[in-house]
Design a binder for this molecule. Structure first.
Ligand code: NAP
Length: 438
């Protein structure tokens, strides 16, 4: 039998994900050697504090605070520290020293991905980041490889488990946002500072990565329009439910063609109404899913655990095995293609259906005036429903109007809503939410 080559692995970070990666590297060493054709030897683990208690019992001599030296003597570097620095400098240093890199760091990729991709390209090395989007779910490699011969037209993703858990709680229990967030924090689904999740920043970083791979063009965080879920109320959820919809925070990347045939990509994150029968509506709790529409493949859905140390470690190990096989077999690193050159569109160009809730005076002719205003702005109404309420004390009657429009541009919708607000019969605009999947 031929002697297997040894590949030296440096692990940067030993937190939720890193500890599980270290465990699998040690426990499954034989299986990994059989699959890669090389012994994957864990040379060391860089952390801030070598004496911290870890989720997994690991040999103490592996730990170091000297990440730079560890990286310089590695064939494969796994970056699971998170944050921008020193992760960025260490990844660049690894690539300059000839190592392939695996990372799960979506924040870094969204902020400075191009610098890292170019360094990997220049060195002919592999930089893989499957764990950066939707944890355990294999989604980036299917987009990059399996769908490389197709044309993706649209990607809709539930890519943040915290916000999906909160919205699901609100939908199933009627809870307000603050109570659902507190429950998510109690169960460990939300961090003490939940800003990155609930404001949509985490989903926006993933949207930029999904859009870049899907449309063969590099999109940065600044190309992503981002709205979080903090303003979604229990009343919005109840009204959506009543009308047959569920509210999800979606990361959306879609190709749009304007009247002159010009193409662009709209990349955005916002709360979205989905019909309850849409496959993404069935994604409950903290689960993630990505729904893809492609010209030839049609509709595809990828579902699974979007976070957690062990599930995310699965995606990291998949990338590691792929990079190790490449080192064993030779050949350049697999990279994404950037031949698309499609511009990112501003949010005003996005085209979608809308749900609009209005509190209106109960007077004759109101519905006709509102319908006419919509028509004047080029927004056509698909469904209009009215419910009458009587104030118990004053006995004054008001009507709640729920409108679902046909597809229209954001610009046309914004102008319509502004005009509606100016009508004397409108008490308030109670909600304006985008609708997909109709
Ligand atoms: P974590 O639990 O916070 O662990 C971070 C680790 O990195 C710790 O071991 C820490 O050392 C080490 N570290 C941080 N800064 C360092 C520095 N300056 N020098 C040396 N070591 C440093 O993070 P995680 O949840 O495992 O996430 C790791 C990465 O995976 C992040 O990029 C995250 O976005 C991504 N990711 C995570 C998940 C998930 O479910 N957690 C899912 C998908 C992607 P100490 O232990 O000594 O403090």
């Amino acid at each position: 039998m031929t002697e297997l080559r040894t590949l030296k692995v440096a692990l940067l970070g030993c937190g939720n994900v890193g500890a599980q990666v270290a465990r699998i590297l040690i426990e499954d060493a034989d299986a990994l050697a059989a699959r890669t054709g090389a012994h994957l030897q864990l040379n060391g683990i860089a952390v801030r504090n070598v004496n911290s208690k870890r989720d997994v019992e690991l040999p103490q001599e592996l730990f170091t605070t000297d990440a730079e030296t560890l990286v310089k003597d590695a064939d494969l570097v796994i970056e699971l520290m998170g944050g921008i620095e020193p992760a960025r400098t260490l990844i660049l240093s690894a690539l300059r020293n000839g190592a392939c890199v695996v990372t799960g760091n979506k924040a870094l990729l969204a902020q400075d991905g191009p610098t890292l991709y170019e360094e990997a390209d220049k060195a002919g090395l592999q930089l893989s980041y499957e764990a950066a989007v939707a944890g355990a779910i294999p989604i980036l490699r299917p987009i990059r490889d399996s769908l490389a011969g197709d044309r993706i037209t649209r990607v809709l993703g539930i890519v943040n488990g915290t916000t999906n858990f909160i919205l699901d709680q609100m939908d199933s229990t009627g809870a307000q946002f603050a109570d659902a967030l507190a429950e998510a924090q109690r169960l460990g689904y939300a961090e003490a500072d939940p800003t990155a999740d609930v404001e949509g920043h985490d989903a926006a970083a993933k949207a930029a990565i999904l859009a870049s791979l899907s449309f063969h063009t590099r999109f940065a965080l600044e190309n992503v329009h981002c709205e979080g879920i903090t303003s979604v109320s229990a009343a919005d959820i109840a009204a959506a439910k009543d009308a047959g919809f569920v509210i999800k925070l979606l990361a959306i990347a879609e190709k749009l063609t304007d009247a002159d045939g010009g193409e662009g990509v709209s990349v955005r994150v916002h709360p979205t109404l989905l019909p309850r029968e849409h496959p993404l509506a069935a994604v409950r709790g903290a689960f993630n899913a990505v729904f893809i529409e492609a010209e030839n493949a049609g509709e595809l859905m990828f579902y699974g655990q979007g976070a957690g140390g062990t599930p995310t470690a699965s995606a990291v190990l998949g990338d590691l095995v792929s990079a190790a096989r490449r080192l064993v077999l030779g050949g350049p690193g697999r990279t994404e293609t950037t031949t698309g050159h499609v511009p990112a569109l501003p949010i005003d160009s996005a085209v979608t259906s809308y749900y609009i809730g209005l509190d209106v005076a109960d007077q004759p002719g109101v519905l006709a005036r509102i319908a006419q205003l919509f028509a004047e702005h080029g927004v056509s109404i698909e469904i209009m429903r009215q419910t009458i309420h009587t104030d118990a004390a004053s006995k004054v009657e008001s009507a709640e109007l729920r409108i679902v429009t046909h597809r229209a541009s954001e610009a046309a919708l914004a102008a319509t809503v502004e005009a509606v607000k100016g009508l004397d019969v409108i008490n308030s605009v109670t909600s304006v939410l985008r609708v997909e999947g109709v």
